[in-house]
Ligand binder design. Structure first.
Ligand SMILES: [Zn+2]
Length: 1099
């Protein structure tokens, strides 16, 4: 038909090839088969990829390290090496095997580029013989497979090469039962087969063609079916498949010309509709399905690989976060660190993020969050000469409303994540927007619209990123974060090859550029317009169980944060006193802070790591407690002695006490140890002893803020205001009454009635019992340790009586202690001490649980006589209000939320707060306040939370709504006890001293520390400079006055990084503080939730 009629004398032809119609789906399948590893790969393009291979050229010896140790290179190469071969198996899980690899490149490889293919089916690191990490290996056959190390670009055919390979018996995701990607606990006896060890020469044209064909096939699949580009790709790819034969080099060259022409023709895109900045990364979880020590090696493997790619691809930019991982690399792999620094100088290897680790952003305290930035930014500035401007947190489980302000205070300007794309109820409506925090600070925020931080730089990623960008009306810029994480080693060569092909391609909805985080955000800021805002927390609608899972970690975090706070306050004040020979132990304090910050990593503090991780994490908390307590005691003793006080002498009448909060403390029952030592003689003078007779009880009264005082524990100086607490015990009820409240308990320790006698008001919802323990079935959809799902409240069980019923342990006059035993769940026990003092309406619950459950959650509930649309939850340096109803899906999604020291539920004139010492998971729904106590997930830690736990919580009813209350202070008082000297002091020799006072109840002076010293010598603090950090806690505005007795030379405002700002105004009127004549007063303006830091230079 299409052929012209044959002319006389013309040579006879066969009928032409390629005249059939191209059926789209069949053609596409054919093309996929042409490039795939499949049943036809002995005759498709795959069969052309390798020109030469030689296994005999590679000689292997191995030295296995005993006892799962991870040893340094110098030690490893002195090991006992014996012959090894392909097919040998190595293990068990977590063990290390060092290979000595000797390669003799044969003459037949002359002039070729030669690569070593080494696949131990686990992770490994290639080392040079002089101890330089060269490249990471990720073995096995997953998408992250990376097993080829280039030996030479141009072989002489005479090379004799030696290398070491440190093979680690774990996969990219540890060794979970079920294989790669499993979140099950690790199999501890897994063995890994050495699958490949050979040298190869690639057929370069075939590889190039394969790269082109992969992009063409993806274009056919991913571009709109009716687009010209998709059909052009189909037609071109089909022609290539017709031309190229695996066994005919010239046909491959011919085919490559066709694809090259296709790409060249389309390289001029004119005005770019959308610009994607591609940044390579390898999200390395600092611990997760493997322990911290393995992460140190994962970082080295990944970063060595990336340095190699940076050297090979001049356009390539790679970013890595978490100063802690950089510090590990600096310490353990100094040669690699130098290589990274070199590439950092030319803006190719970018340290990003500004924090010590990529931390959880729900649970760390306000100050701990500041320290993440202080330690992170100082490290980056010191080692790389530059701070980060982009807060980089792609994987964290929700973002506190106070972050925009803290980001700004830490000299960062931009925020990056994508995690909210995992929401399981509502789709987050923005890609690029201004995120406005609690105090009104805004930060330019971008969520990578590819919805991942491990993109494959595929055609699909580029197209989806544009489709999914929700703010195209305001910006045509977006970020693509690509590269395999967690030991996958970051981007693969294939990804960079793909980006070269799709970078600028007519028919594509975007052009792709390589860039740095800074360059991307600067461009975004300059070109976007009319961006919308999102105010308040970026609540993550998933992983809501992580506020509760691994209770000991939560407790270690809270206790550690507050202990380090105390150490710093006492240490800073002690160092301002003269003549006591006190040394502020900055290096030790830094060490403890770094351990605390490390454990805040976003799979450790949330409780989503394997059991091995928690062995280390709990050890770190123990270290913090042991060393921090010593530092605190030493500082306190110096402080007490600085006034000339005699400690532990024959005079045994007094305890020194320090109020570590910025308001006066009153009516607190303190315990004086009378079990031994000097105070033992004094026990007859106490009004009440603890039930076990080891503690004398005393009411500490009127201790001014930040004041060192002493009280005579042989005398109770309370007078007419004191009314003893009384307890009446009948068969089925215990009634406790003090000056403020009257409470009726049933035999299970549940509250039947709670009357605020001063306000004449019932606190508990009529008809309901409060302080009720319940277990609920807690089976999530997939992420066991992470998720508690919305349906869990539908199926539960009440606690049952267990043990001796409700017993009166102490009966006043200073306090009453009740004790009750309960059975909860299938096999768990609770013993609770309920403590009520004569001096407070607060009821404390000191609880012990022996937890033996499977997929159940323990909660305690308080139905209260309060009705409001919103409840108040403490967050970093402030509070957040969340709905108590499920009107719509956004309200419903927040059925379990994070709070710190308190949850408050108030209406006009009155409210109730639930205080806690180590819990973070809460909900207020209707009139019920719920606290999540313990969970029992089985993956990735099968033993998670099984065992004994102790924790405290308290019900605190108060007059006034939250804003009119002192609930913030109550939360501190429940968590931050008065500091009491362990050894009695002689009152006659004691000089009280007040350091600070503040005239506004809504201003909290939270942090007092010695200022950081020079970057060049971080061990040296600026001893004559104190940093004070305040925050406005109730959402108000005004000016407060700070009075201090310290000898002030000058004072300036500063940020979290302690950069100096403008001077702080002083006020004229001197108000004496306890023990000081001379004071300085500052007048400081404040606004709602403002964090205010000042630096005081001392004389
Ligand atoms: Zn992560």
């Amino acid at each position: 038909m299409g052929q012209s009629p044959r002319k006389e004398g013309q040579e006879l032809l066969t009928a032409p090839f390629n005249t059939l119609q191209k059926h789209r789906d069949i053609t596409l399948s054919r093309l996929q088969n042409f490039i795939a590893k499949c049943q036809f790969d002995d005759v498709n393009l795959q069969a052309a990829l390798i020109k030469h291979r030689d296994q005999a050229a590679v000689k292997l010896e191995v030295s296995s390290v005993s006892d799962l140790q991870r040893i340094p290179f110098d030690q490893a190469i002195k090991g006992d090496f014996s012959p090894a071969k392909v097919g040998d198996k190595f293990g068990p899980t977590w063990s290390t095997h060092w290979f000595r690899v000797t390669i003799d490149i044969p003459a037949s490889f002359k002039g070729e580029e030669v690569e070593l293919i080494f696949d131990p089916t686990c992770e490994a690191l290639v080392w040079s013989t002089d101890g330089e990490p060269l490249m990471g290996i990720t073995g096995d056959n997953n998408i992250d497979r990376h097993v080829e190390y280039r030996l030479t670009k141009n072989a002489t055919g005479k090379e004799h090469i030696e290398l070491y390979i440190e093979s680690a018996c774990n996969g990219m995701f540890g060794a979970g039962v079920g294989g790669n990607g499993s979140i099950q606990p690790p199999e501890n006896d897994r063995y890994f087969k050495l699958a490949t060890a050979e040298i190869i020469v690639r057929n370069k044209v075939a590889w190039e063609l394969l790269g082109d064909m992969e992009v063409l096939v993806a274009m056919i699949k991913e571009l709109p079916k009716d687009s010209q580009a998709s059909w052009d790709a189909l037609s071109t790819a089909n022609t290539i498949a017709n031309v190229a034969s695996y066994d005919d080099e010239s046909s491959l060259v011919e085919a490559k010309k066709i694809s090259a022409e296709f790409f060249a023709k389309r390289a001029d895109v004119g005005f770019p509709q959308h610009v994607i900045t591609a940044i390579g990364n390898c999200h390395i979880d600092t611990a997760w399905l493997w322990p911290y020590d393995e992460t140190k090696r994962k970082a080295a493997r990944s970063w060595a690989t990336q340095c190699g790619l940076i050297e090979e691809y001049p356009e390539y930019v790679f970013a890595a976060s978490q100063a802690q991982q950089f510090e590990w690399t600096e310490q353990l792999y100094p040669k690699l660190f130098e290589r990274m620094k070199k590439h950092a100088k030319s803006d190719r290897f970018i340290p990003v993020g500004g924090t010590w680790v990529e931390m959880d952003c729900n649970m760390p305290s306000g100050e701990a969050m500041c320290r993440q930035f202080l330690y992170g930014q100082r490290y980056f500035e010191h080692k790389f000469g530059e701070r980060s401007h982009v807060f980089w947190l792609p994987d964290t489980f929700g973002y506190s409303a106070q972050l925009p302000q803290i980001i700004h205070e830490a000299d960062l300007r931009y925020f990056f994540t994508q995690k909210l794309s995992w929401n399981n109820i509502n789709k987050f409506p923005h890609t690029t927007f201004n995120w406005t925090g609690l105090d009104g600070t805004s930060v330019l925020t971008h969520f990578s619209p590819a919805d991942t931080y491990t993109a494959q730089a595929s055609v699909r990623d580029v197209i989806f990123a544009v489709q999914n960008n929700k703010d195209k009306a305001y910006s045509n810029q977006s970020l693509l974060l690509y590269g395999n994480g967690d030991g996958g080693g970051g981007p693969l060569r294939a990804m960079l090859e793909r980006l070269r092909r799709v970078r600028k391609l007519q028919g594509f909805p975007a052009v792709v550029e390589h860039g740095t985080p800074n360059s991307f955000y600067e461009k975004l800021e300059a070109t976007s317009k009319d961006l919308t805002s999102w105010r308040g927390e970026l609540y993550f609608e998933l992983h809501r169980g992580t506020y509760t899972t691994h209770a000991l970690i939560k407790k270690g975090n809270r206790k550690g944060e507050l202990l380090l706070r105390q150490v710093e306050i006492l240490g800073a004040l002690a160092s301002t006193t003269s003549g006591t020979g006190y040394t502020y132990e900055k290096p030790e304090l830094d060490r403890l802070w770094k351990l605390l910050l490390l454990n805040q990593f976003h799979d450790v503090l949330p409780g989503s790591s394997i059991g091995m991780v928690y062995i280390d994490a709990l050890k770190f908390y123990k270290d913090i407690q042991a060393s921090g307590s010593k530092l605190s005691e030493r500082a306190f003793e110096h402080l007490v002695k600085s006034g000339g006080a005699q400690i532990g002498t024959t005079a045994v009448n007094a305890s020194a006490v320090f109020n570590p909060t910025s308001w006066a403390r009153s009516g607190e029952i303190v315990e004086v140890d009378i079990s031994s030592g000097a105070a033992a003689q004094a026990h007859s003078s106490f009004q009440q002893l603890s039930a076990d007779k080891t503690k004398g009880l005393h009411i500490a009264n009127d201790i001014p803020p930040y004041t060192l005082a002493a009280f005579d524990f042989t005398k109770d100086d309370h007078d007419d205001w004191f009314v003893p607490i009384i307890v009446n015990h009948s068969k089925d009820e215990v009634i406790v009454k003090n000056k403020f409240i009257e409470i009726k308990f049933d035999p299970l320790g549940r509250i039947r009635s709670f009357i605020d006698t001063l306000e004449n008001r019932q606190v508990i919802a009529p008809g309901y019992l409060a302080n009720t323990f319940k277990t609920f079935e807690d089976i999530p959809l997939f992420w066991d340790a992470w998720d508690i799902e919305v349906y869990h409240l539908e199926k539960g069980w009440d606690a049952q009586a267990g043990g001796e019923g409700l017993v009166v342990e102490e009966d006043g006059p200073l306090r009453v202690v009740l004790r009750v035993g309960l059975k909860v769940g299938k096999a768990s026990k609770v013993v609770q001490r309920i403590i009520i003092s004569a001096t407070s309406p607060r009821v404390d619950f000191e609880t012990w649980v022996d937890w033996r459950e499977n997929r159940r959650v323990l909660k305690v509930e308080f139905p209260v006589n309060i009705d409001n649309d919103f409840a108040t939850y403490e967050t970093q340096f402030g509070f957040i209000r969340r709905p108590t109803h499920y009107n719509n899906s956004w309200d419903l999604a927040r059925f379990e939320v994070c709070a710190h020291k308190f949850v408050d539920y108030s209406e006009h004139g009155y409210g109730v707060a639930l205080l806690n010492d180590s819990k973070y998971g809460f909900a207020v729904h209707g009139n019920v306040i719920r606290m999540s106590v313990l969970r029992a997930p089985k993956a990735p830690d099968a033993d998670c939370d099984i065992g004994e736990h102790t924790f405290r919580y308290a019900l605190y009813p108060h007059k006034g709504s939250f804003a009119e209350s002192n609930v913030v202070q109550a939360g501190y008082e429940f968590n931050v006890p008065l500091v009491i000297s362990p050894t009695p002091v002689d009152l006659a020799s004691f000089t009280p001293r007040q350091f600070f006072s503040i005239d506004k109840p809504n201003i909290v002076l939270d942090t007092i520390k010695i200022a950081e010293g020079p970057l060049s010598d971080t061990a040296k603090p600026a001893l004559k400079t104190l940093v004070l950090r305040f925050y406005e806690a109730y959402g108000g505005r005004g000016v407060f006055k700070l009075t201090t007795s310290l000898p002030v030379a000058s004072a300036v405002f500063c940020n979290v990084l302690e950069d100096s700002g403008s001077s702080v105004h002083t006020a004229d009127v001197a108000i004496p503080l306890l023990g000081s004549e001379k004071t300085t007063i500052f007048a400081i303006g404040y606004a709602p939730f403002k964090i205010i830091s000042i630096k005081i230079e001392l004389e």
